[in-house]
Design a protein around this ligand. Structure first.
Ligand code: FMN
Length: 208
């Protein structure tokens, strides 16, 4: 039985374009994986603290030598990593904030990129331990960052996510970038018409 981990980031609830697209992904994925399990992690409601001194000290201390403070600081990180490692597939829906990931998604990343858990040293240096996990990332942004346009260089979000997920071993990554949501906000296009442009791309990613 396959497991999909669905991570949503936008705080805009039912108005969120990225959430609408990941919901569409989940529906399509479920029809392609009958009996498959979907685990939802909502980063708009999960309080993820920034990594602090006990977290860092604990993460770099052998488990048998970790103090109670270390263990407490790492508890949520352990849970988030377990969730990630248990998934065959992951869909992350996220807005673009200031050309990159929103802070809550960066906080999640800081908790799941962890020595000897998701990356470590192999015979040939650093290697990622998360193998065989397929990831789809749905990005919603107000503007468009079309390849070859002057705006392209401003989009550091997609490239960053590929780098950091690649570091922990995830290389099967599909990005669906729903750029131009400002047109919905300004009433130039309806939300359903805007979403329709990306439906096929999302369907393809969910059936890969
Ligand atoms: C704090 C903040 C920063 C934003 N920064 C950008 C940006 O750098 N580039 C962009 O194209 N849109 C930016 N936007 C617009 C959002 O990406 C856009 O509204 C998107 O649709 C939000 O995703 P959602 O619909 O899933 O909530 C920003 C919006 C907010 C609230």
């Amino acid at each position: 039985m396959s497991t999909l981990l669905k991570i949503d980031v936008s705080p805009r609830g039912e108005h969120s374009i990225s959430r609408k697209l990941s919901n569409h992904f989940a529906t399509e994925w479920q029809s392609n994986h009958v009996g498959g399990k979907i685990i939802t992690r909502d980063l708009a409601t999960t309080k993820i603290p920034y990594v602090d001194l006990p977290w860092i000290a604990g993460a770099f201390t052998a488990p048998e030598q970790q103090t109670g403070d270390h263990k407490a600081a790492l508890k949520l990180s352990d849970e988030l990593i377990e969730e990630l490692l248990a998934a065959d597939e992951v869909v992350i829906s996220t807005p673009m904030y200031n050309f990159n990931v929103p802070a809550v998604l960066k906080a999640w990343i800081d908790h799941i990129v962890r020595l000897n858990k998701t990356f470590g040293f192999g015979t040939q240096g650093l290697k990622g331990f998360v193998k065989g996990t397929k990831v789809t990332i749905v990005i919603a942004s107000g503007s468009e960052y079309t390849a070859g346009s002057p705006m392209e260089a401003y989009n550091v979000q997609g490239p960053y996510l590929r780098v950091v997920l690649g570091f922990i071993g995830i290389t099967d990554i599909t990005i669906v970038h729903a750029g131009g949501t400002n047109r919905v906000a300004q009433g130039q296009v309806t939300a359903p018409a805007f979403l329709e442009q990306f439906a096929h791309e999302v369907d393809l990613a969910a059936s890969k």
